[in-house]
Design a protein around this ligand. Structure first.
Ligand SMILES: CC(C)(COP(=O)(O)OP(=O)(O)OC[C@H]1O[C@@H](n2cnc3c(N)ncnc32)[C@H](O)[C@@H]1OP(=O)(O)O)[C@@H](O)C(=O)NCCC(=O)NCCS
Length: 174
């Protein structure tokens, strides 16, 4: 697939059904095979619960973006401003909470297009850095972040259902 540009669009409240579908599909493609089914089901029921997604879409502290090509969604991004971040690192940073390509688009540059959007948002808010947590057993994503200049600065626990995992914390200055 060619590294053609993607069109980035901020999701609105009426995108909720599509966002939920894309979010579930991308998470399933990425992690279902490596995750105990009960933990997986528990996590997705919580993370993609429509009322929660509606609240997050409506909040100025979070934003979701679709990356589209030819009118089709290829991936999505969720960013959190300081009030909504999963861990507090001050008022000068943006969290990437989710960055997902659908599997049909892996390696097509959609991840890079989503990252660029995150840095555009961070730049518009004059933040100093962008940070994220990535499962320590996700080498492809860790390689992707390192390739784009992120560095590990710590770790934190991440509960997937009942499975307490370790996420590496990575950041990159704006
Ligand atoms: C991490 C992710 C967003 C990167 O996006 P991307 O657009 O695929 O990024 P790249 O084009 O740089 O490719 C990333 C890697 O996938 C590899 N890749 C290419 N085609 C592939 C395919 N068909 N299947 C699997 N991997 C493929 C690339 O070679 C590259 O590996 P490398 O770093 O060893 O060179 C994307 O891989 C993804 O959504 N993964 C699953 C979800 C996930 O892990 N999200 C991050 C959670 S913290």
């Amino acid at each position: 697939m060619s590294k053609k540009r993607y069109k980035l669009e901020q999701c609105q409240l009426d995108d909720l059904p599509l966002l939920r579908e894309v979010g579930l599909q991308a998470f399933t493609e990425a992690f279902a095979a490596q995750t105990n089914k009960a933990d997986f089901d528990k996590y997705v029921a919580m993370a993609f619960e429509p009322a929660l997604l509606a609240q997050e879409l409506d909040s100025p502290a979070s934003a979701f973006y679709f990356a589209k090509r030819g009118g089709q969604v290829a991936g999505y991004l969720k960013v959190n401003h300081p009030p909504a971040q999963t861990e507090a690192f001050g008022d000068n940073c943006l969290e990437i909470q989710r960055i997902y390509s659908l599997s049909a688009y892996y390696g097509s540059g959609v991840g890079e297009a989503l990252l660029e959007k995150a840095f555009e948002v961070a730049g518009a808010h004059q933040y100093d850095f962008v940070w994220l947590g990535v499962w320590e057993e996700n080498p492809r994503a860790i390689r992707f972040y390192k390739k784009h200049g992120f560095e590990v600065f710590g770790s934190h626990p991440f509960l997937l259902g009942t499975d307490l995992q370790t996420d590496l914390l990575m950041r990159k200055l704006c």
